[in-house]
Design a protein around this ligand. Structure first.
Ligand code: PRP
Length: 295
């Protein structure tokens, strides 16, 4: 009898420990739940099998509608018995809107963070958010830096590498990264942005000669790409042999020809915002973000 009890206890312990994995957007062969929209536009989620008590929920943000899907899926999981939900959040929405730049704006990052906090996740793991404000606002947060992502790329390159910090806001993170990469040299740069229209007015690189160097520009996100276009032009003017852009998040909006013409030779990103489709695979190498999220 005791063996029977031990066996059933062992099974129930392992069930307690084992977490089900859910992902949103759903995988093409998703069998755990279905998601659809009613005619008026509401999303609807239905679980097809009961979840384990512990669930790991990977949420790839795909616009604000996907936030609603996340809230519905979270609710469905809890109602069906999930007691502990750990959220993997490769991209924190609103992370760049971390301060009020113009009168009348919303503090977007706080709004998104409040919604996530209301879900009472056991933990929230965020990959390379724009600034420390994200970590300050989210409850039970774990920030996953870009070190292993950049290290995996740098390991494939045999040339004379330098890191380039594109602006003052990136300095702290890039110097931390340099330390993790056994003291790789850092070139600092800065840009001046008109906060009213978002245009970049000037870019400076604090270094004279980059002859023979392969410059790794490392930043959290490439949106329109103007930051990196202006910077790459300056780096090539200073003699850089090669310029490689490494961003954790890629919005898939920048023009490949504009990036190339400015002197960017390759782009590395993750699929935190989806696999880019408007850029060629010869130019852009996209890594699966889950690999770098300690999962
Ligand atoms: O591809 P782009 O359109 O040029 O945008 C990308 C840049 O924007 C963000 O910085 P941001 O200028 O918002 O930094 P800040 O918070 O320091 O103002 C990000 O960290 C990149 O540097």
């Amino acid at each position: 009898m005791s063996q029977q009890i031990q066996t059933s206890q062992a099974v129930s312990n392992s069930q307690c420990l084992q977490a089900d994995f859910y992902q949103l957007p759903a995988a093409s062969d998703e069998a755990n739940y279905r998601l659809f929209q009613f005619g008026a536009g509401e999303n609807h989620v239905q679980l097809l099998v009961p979840p384990a008590k512990r669930v790991t929920l990977f949420f790839g943000y795909r616009g604000d509608q996907s936030i609603m899907q996340l809230l519905l899926l979270t609710d469905a999981l809890r109602r069906s018995g999930a007691e502990q939900i750990d959220l993997l959040l490769p991209y924190m929405p609103g992370a760049r809107q971390d301060r009020i730049c113009n009168v009348g704006e919303a503090l977007s990052v706080k709004v998104y963070a409040s919604l996530i906090n209301q879900q009472q996740y056991a933990s929230v793991s965020v990959f390379d958010p724009h600034s420390d404000v994200t970590a300050a606002l989210l409850d039970r947060v774990q920030v996953i830096d870009n070190h292993s992502f950049v290290a995996a790329i740098a390991a494939q390159l045999t040339c004379d590498l330098v890191l380039v910090s594109p602006d003052a806001g990136a300095n702290k993170k890039v110097f931390g990264l340099a330390k993790a990469l056994q003291g790789m040299p850092v070139i600092r740069a800065d840009k001046h942005r008109d906060v009213v229209n978002g245009h970049i007015i000037a870019t400076e690189v604090f270094c004279d000669d980059l002859s023979g160097k392969t410059c790794l520009i490392v930043d959290d996100i490439c949106a329109g790409g103007r930051t990196f276009i202006e910077l790459a032009i300056k780096l090539k003017q200073k003699g850089a042999q090669s310029v490689i852009l490494i961003v954790s998040h890629y919005e898939d909006k920048a023009s490949e020809s504009a990036l190339r013409e400015a002197g960017i030779d390759r782009l590395f990103c993750t699929d935190s915002l989806g696999v880019p489709i408007h850029i060629s695979s010869e130019f852009c190498h996209c890594h699966a973000v889950l690999r770098f999220m300690n999962h």
